[in-house]
Design a protein around this ligand. Structure first.
Ligand code: ZN
Ligand code: ZN
Length: 357
């Protein structure tokens, strides 16, 4: 069954007559189209792909065998073509993703699609996209391999006097030179700034005794990796070692808990209770992890309220951290594939505390 058929079966389960996929990650997952403008109307037994004139050739190549391709124009915009199709197909109701369609787009559809119910729903592709095919897993594995290589490459820069921005740019240059993209803007924070979980790289120069946290990932063939490591410059003191070991123990406990059938909040609790043994849980100020795939923060969260049931063939990040204002912070993040046999860690960068150079 291809992804389009999986969605059609899901629509039937949800009692939806048709779904208009506008989110580009969904469009790519459904059709293989890699351009920046595409929409798919999916009904029970048929579907149609829309793009504009910039993508006529590409759409015919990438989508043409799977679906009819229609080109939107100034005179025949998407809303007008949708109106024609809904009449031809006899549709009375079209669902759309309420999280991504703007108020203005919705108004245009309402004007053209008179008499058709437009129904905002949670993205029905999201849950399906969480369960990866072997091909998707291979792409994520390759993104992880490139990310590990970038980490190895950039370690030589971890020395006093080098700026956070230098490390950031070297990570970016290395990944792009390997033919990969960036899954997101890398985070490089050092010294007291390492207490900022999502701080941006600055001109601050590394000093002996700094924690340096690097959070980055490659995007390969449309799929992301997401890795965080914290290292120390020159020499680590006792407190730094204690905090590092506590975060590492919490991460290992959470990875062990990431099994098919586990509930999201219980996986999160495995990390949080491990940190509690060291009195550090109040410094863990974000969720444990997120789904990983075509976008870096893909559908699904592992946090204190997550009721989501973990399934085989899902890929999650596990990234506990401890952040102490004025002192610094540690985060350790890996990408983990859930299998029937247990968790498989896809990122392989070393996790013992590295003191560099
Ligand atoms: Zn990350
Ligand atoms: Zn992450």
């Amino acid at each position: 069954m291809n992804n389009l058929q999986r969605l059609q079966r899901r629509l039937a389960d949800l009692g939806l007559q048709a779904y208009l996929a506008t989110d580009l990650a969904d469009v790519r997952w459904l059709t293989g189209f890699t351009g920046s403008a595409g929409t798919v109307l999916v009904a029970a037994d048929r579907a149609c792909f829309f793009t504009d004139g910039r993508y006529t050739i590409q759409a015919n190549e990438q989508v043409g065998e799977l679906l009819p391709v229609r080109i939107t124009t100034h005179d025949a915009p998407l809303a007008a073509q949708l109106a024609t199709l809904t009449r031809e197909w006899g549709l009375e109701s079209i669902a759309f993703n309420g999280d991504v369609v703007t108020v203005n787009t919705h108004r245009q559809w309402c004007e053209k699609l008179e008499g058709v119910e437009l129904r905002p729903v949670d993205d029905p592709c999201a849950a399906l996209r969480m369960v990866k095919s072997p091909k998707e897993i291979a792409k994520i594995q390759e993104a992880c391999r490139l990310t590990d290589a970038a980490f190895r490459h950039v370690l030589r820069l971890v020395q006093p006097g080098v700026a956070e921005l230098d490390i950031h740019l070297e990570l970016e240059f290395f990944l792009k030179r390997q033919g990969a993209g960036l899954a997101f803007e890398p985070i490089v924070v050092s010294g007291p700034r390492s207490a900022l979980p999502h701080g941006k790289a600055s001109e601050r120069k590394l000093e002996v005794g700094d924690f340096v946290t690097m959070d980055f990932g490659a995007r390969h063939d449309g799929y992301c990796a997401d890795l965080t490591r914290t290292v120390v410059v020159g020499r680590a003191d006792e407190r730094q070692r204690e905090i590092y070991e506590a975060v590492l123990a919490a991460q290992r406990a959470a990875i062990q808990a990431l099994r098919a059938g586990a509930i999201g909040k219980d996986v999160d609790a495995a990390a949080r209770s491990s940190l509690a043994e060291k009195g550090l849980e109040r410094y863990f100020t974000h969720g444990l992890g997120h789904g990983l795939g075509a976008v870096v923060h893909d559908h699904g969260r592992l946090n204190q309220t997550s009721e989501l049931r973990v399934e085989a063939a899902q890929v999650w990040t596990i990234e506990p951290g401890v952040y102490i204002e004025g002192f610094g912070g540690v985060r350790i993040e890996d990408d983990v594939l859930v299998t029937a046999e247990g968790p498989v860690i896809l990122t392989e960068s070393p996790k013992e505390l590295l003191v560099l150079p």
